[in-house]
Design a binder for this molecule. Structure first.
Ligand code: 5GP
Length: 199
């Protein structure tokens, strides 16, 4: 029998180092993890490619797909900013094929996912401190002062909701944090196979 897949949701404030940590987890995990590519209306940053980092959509195209119900979840991540969303086509076929589909999404999106997939493994990445987070956000140098201020405000609201996640990890050291996440995934995998062997 084909094993059913598992949805894994990563959230954490912008600037917390999710992308680097996720890359490490993807290369080390023992489960068949695949990263879902999100859609967004924000313009690409230098070095970002369509369909690799994001599906870069116009606001009209995004709205049309949203109206058609093509998104598993979506949210306007930065207040009056841009839309981000997970296309159902990124998720359902891979779950059916037994993959562990990884979403890197904000806390609003994670709540929408949990309504449809209550067993999703939710993981929250925390910064060492809010000072370090602010320093990193400014250091990236890709955002205007206004955008940095918005991201910081969103980060504060995201941190307030971290306790709704099943697993929380502080990203002070990528190697250690990735190890903790992989151990969590291993525990969940063995719980799932124990459940299967009982039935
Ligand atoms: P960035 O613009 O820096 O690439 O991403 C900003 C934030 O958007 C990230 O912190 C990430 O959590 C969130 N995000 C990225 N993709 C999605 C998505 O598909 N859905 C939702 N809800 N949030 C997303």
């Amino acid at each position: 029998m084909q094993p059913t897949g598992q949805l894994v949701v990563f959230s954490g404030p912008s600037g917390v180092g999710k992308t680097t940590l996720l890359r490490e987890v993807l290369s080390r995990a023992r489960q068949p993890l695949v990263l879902s590519v999100s859609a967004t209306t924000r313009p690409p940053r230098t070095g970002e490619n369509d369909a690799e980092h994001y599906y870069f959509l116009s606001a009209d195209d995004f709205a049309l797909r949203r109206a058609r119900g093509e998104f598993l979840e979506c949210s306007e991540v930065f207040g009056r900013g841009h839309w981000y969303g997970t296309l159902s086509t990124e998720v359902a076929p891979r779950l059916a094929a037994g993959k562990w589909v990884v979403l890197e999404i904000d806390v609003d999106g994670a709540e929408q996912v949990l309504q449809k997939y209550p067993d999703a493994l939710t993981i929250f990445i925390e910064p060492e401190s809010s000072e370090i987070l602010e320093h990193r956000l400014r250091g990236r140098g890709t955002e205007s002062e206004d955008a940095v201020a918005r991201r910081l405000e969103v980060a504060r609201r995201e941190l307030d909701r971290a306790d709704r996640y099943r697993f929380r990890v502080v990203n002070d050291e990528v190697d250690r944090a990735a190890g903790e996440i992989c151990a969590f995934l291993d525990r969940q995998a063995s719980l799932a196979s124990f459940g299967e062997s009982k039935t």
